[in-house]
Write a new protein. Structure first.
Length: 724
């Protein structure tokens, strides 16, 4: 079959053109790194474009998240308990740190607004897997300032520590005397709105280590239970530290290291400092962490990242390594659940301070199944711990381990759980994982992973249920949690009647995969597994009969039945189509016809992928046609479509991966720094005209345009699927 609108030769190491903002390199460890070459602050010729003027990259492991900005500023973030910034700056999304260099009588600012880091003629800025390097050329002096974070080597491992290194080279003919000072402000601020308030409760220096402790205060004592107790409010904070020679700390909590050195002609000088945080740690434990990280080397990342040695297109392989790195850097350990998962990031976590939502965590776990199954298992255990004994998967987590549905009663969380569980069992053949012991939320009822699956299926079948057409109900919302905003109908008017074609096609796709694994399981719960398998088969057969009857001779699936109306029967919505492409007992020729129809209706005119709606039918002030759930381009919807194409045309699926890649994004939209190395969960489609390719420009969404796990997880997972 000939597909429309093919794209060729999308991957290039550097994007040609006058508007190029940076380029990719391969570092000494043969890992990808990005050089940001443009002047700062970043500006766009189009005045209506809203993007932060100071681009940032992510460093991290399971215990720490660091945003390294192009001008050398950094944000230290913890998500082990509540999401919080340890060095909160003056602006909403910023950190407070400084670095200065004095040569003779002249002092140079190395980081921040107005610093040398803003001038690409003086400072080269490179951001790689676990590090950010700023190289300054000041007369005969070359100074290299590097921040690096070591990877987590186990699902619950890692140190919340950043090594900051100075390498100074004197290329002149005379000895140079210079002083450099690196400082950071200890200023703990939770990201979520909280009644807890934090004050510095102690500041001290021991040897070469400065430590600042924080204490949480609350008006109502109910908001501060014991530190190990689940709570909507988290009133406990870690201690922040800085370790290095020339240590000092002020009463305000500004910690600094400073050295004055004389460097002979042609000679070099090296020094290190470590900044980080720990919960309930002694000074000796902090020093041990610092020493361990000072001995670590950047090549440790080679032990945790996939290498793709069989991929002939090395530029493609390098991008896939970058996606895996970003997922590893974003992954976050919970001291309540004692497990690690990959958060959604962007607005949910880094701007609002919430672990949201459950469906996202399952999607992010699909790629690690292939390259880090230990992490995938931890994600499944983590989310099983957020599941009630009756199979409801709590949507949002905040405070300390507290999870609830907020104001949603979703109908699809169990399907995303089944998707990841079934894929894990299929890819790894680790069927004994079903015997893993789990404590249902809030951690009182023991069971097994198979018990979790059984209860979640019961929830899907009996609590979500099916509607008048025999299709899976919508309830409050499915993947699209803006349905009611767009249709303006009271919940109670449609809650018990609306049906979701996305939920239905997901179930038709995912459940057979789960059944195959249940049938291969031969452990101590075999009888229970077979009963569950048989029950799923009956449910799925009935669902298939109802769906085919509803579909009739149509070439694509409707979107939903809502408020007594059929929606999406004449204008295509992407949501159900990607999963319908994966239904292997849906005739192959009909699937190929569906894909051609998708190319015509949803891919035409789009540079990155299919948009969510063919012709958006609603106009909402905060969601214009072509934006977000009203016709934007979503990675979490394009991913399933690529997986569907991979069931019958691997070459075409790989083409779609390349089309959705960051390399193509940068080629298509080179004037935006948000195009090059990460993305929000969606970008504006071609229907949005001059702001196509940007994160949503309405409200404050534009403040978090990068480091959503969706694009990284789906691109990597789709690459694996296209190469199976």
């Amino acid at each position: 079959m000939k597909y429309l609108f093919g794209l060729a030769a999308l991957f290039v190491c550097a994007i040609a053109g006058a508007q190029e903002l940076g380029h990719w390199i391969e570092d000494s460890n043969h890992l990808p790194a990005f050089s940001y070459d443009a002047p700062l602050p970043y500006t766009c010729e189009d005045a209506q474009v809203k993007i932060d003027s100071n681009p940032w990259w992510i460093l991290g492991n399971y215990r720490i998240t660091v945003f390294a900005h192009a001008d050398g500023e950094y944000e230290i973030i913890s998500g082990e308990r509540a999401w919080a910034r340890l060095n909160m700056g003056e602006d909403r999304l910023s950190g407070a740190n400084d670095a200065v260099l004095t040569i003779g009588r002249k002092t140079y600012d190395l980081v921040g607004k107005g610093s040398l880091a803003e001038n690409p003629q003086i400072c080269t800025r490179v951001f790689g897997c676990g590090y950010a390097t700023y190289t300054y050329r000041i007369g005969d002096v070359i100074l290299e300032r590097t921040m690096r974070v070591s990877p987590s080597m186990s699902y619950d491992g890692g140190d919340a520590a950043v090594v900051i290194s100075y390498n100074v080279k004197n290329n002149g003919k005379n000895t140079v005397k210079l002083t450099y000072r690196e400082s950071v402000l200890a200023n703990y601020a939770q990201i979520v709105s909280s009644p807890a308030r934090f004050v510095k409760s102690g500041i001290h220096v021991t040897g070469e280590t400065a430590v600042v402790d924080f204490e949480g205060t609350v008006e109502n004592p109910l908001d501060k239970p014991a530190p190990e107790q689940i709570s909507q409010v988290d009133a406990y904070a870690p201690s922040m530290y800085l370790h290095g020679k020339g240590i000092a700390v002020s009463d305000s909590g500004e910690m600094s290291v400073q050295q004055t050195v004389s460097i002979k002609a042609g000679a070099s000088h090296h020094s290190d400092a470590v900044v980080g945080f720990m919960f309930n740690a002694s000074d000796s434990e902090i020093v041990s962490v610092c020493e361990r990280n000072l001995e670590s080397t950047p090549d440790q990342w080679l032990k945790v990242l996939p290498s793709f040695p069989d991929e002939k297109d090395r530029t493609l392989a390098q991008e896939m390594i970058w996606h895996a790195y970003t997922l590893e850097a974003m992954a976050t350990y919970s001291s309540y659940y004692k497990e690690t998962k990959i958060p959604q990031g962007t607005a949910y976590d880094y701007m609002w301070g919430q672990h949201a939502s459950a469906r996202d965590n399952y999607q992010h776990g699909l790629a690690p199944i292939y390259y880090n199954p230990e992490l995938a298992r931890s994600i499944l255990r983590y989310m099983a711990g957020r599941t009630t004994p009756w199979g409801e998967i709590e949507l949002v987590e905040y405070g300390y381990g507290h999870a609830d549905r907020m104001y949603y009663s979703t109908s699809d969380q169990q399907l995303f759980f089944f998707q990841m569980l079934a894929e894990y069992l299929r890819v790894t053949s680790d069927y004994s994982f079903l015997d893993t012991e789990i404590k249902f939320y809030p951690g009182t009822t023991p069971g097994t992973m198979l018990d979790v699956a059984e209860q979640c299926f019961d929830y899907l079948r009996n609590i979500v249920g099916v509607g008048g057409h025999g299709l899976v109900k919508l309830l409050n919302s499915d993947w699209n949690d803006c349905i009611f905003v767009m249709n303006k109908v009271y919940y109670n008017g449609v809650y018990t009647s609306a049906e979701s074609h996305m939920n239905t096609t997901m179930a038709l796709t995912i459940l057979p995969n789960l059944v195959q694994s249940l049938d291969k399981y031969s452990g101590p719960q075999s009888a229970k597994a077979q009963i569950l398998s048989s029950g799923i088969k009956v449910y799925r057969n009935n669902l298939m009969t109802s769906f085919l009857k509803d579909l009739g001779d149509a070439t694509f699936s409707k979107r939903m039945y809502f408020d007594g109306k059929s929606i999406g029967h004449d204008q295509m919505w992407l949501e159900p189509q990607g999963y319908l492409l994966q239904v292997e007992d849906f005739p192959l020729e009909r699937r190929k016809t569906l894909y051609s129809e998708m190319q015509e209706r949803l891919y035409r005119g789009e540079k990155i992928g299919a948009r969510q709606q063919e012709k958006p039918i609603t106009t909402v002030p905060s969601m214009e046609p072509g934006s977000r759930e009203n016709g934007g381009v979503w990675y979490s919807l394009n991913g399933p479509a690529i997986c569907g194409v991979a069931t019958f045309d691997k070459e075409e699926a790989l083409r779609l991966v390349k089309q959705m890649s960051f390399r193509n994004n940068a080629k298509s939209f080179p004037e935006f720094w948000t195009s090059y190395y990460s993305s929000a969960d969606n970008i504006e489609s071609s229907l949005m005209g001059p702001i196509e390719g940007l994160a949503d420009q309405s409200g404050d969404w534009y403040l978090s345009p990068v480091f959503c796990a969706h694009p990284h997880a789906w691109l990597l997972y789709c690459y694996y699927k296209a190469n199976e």
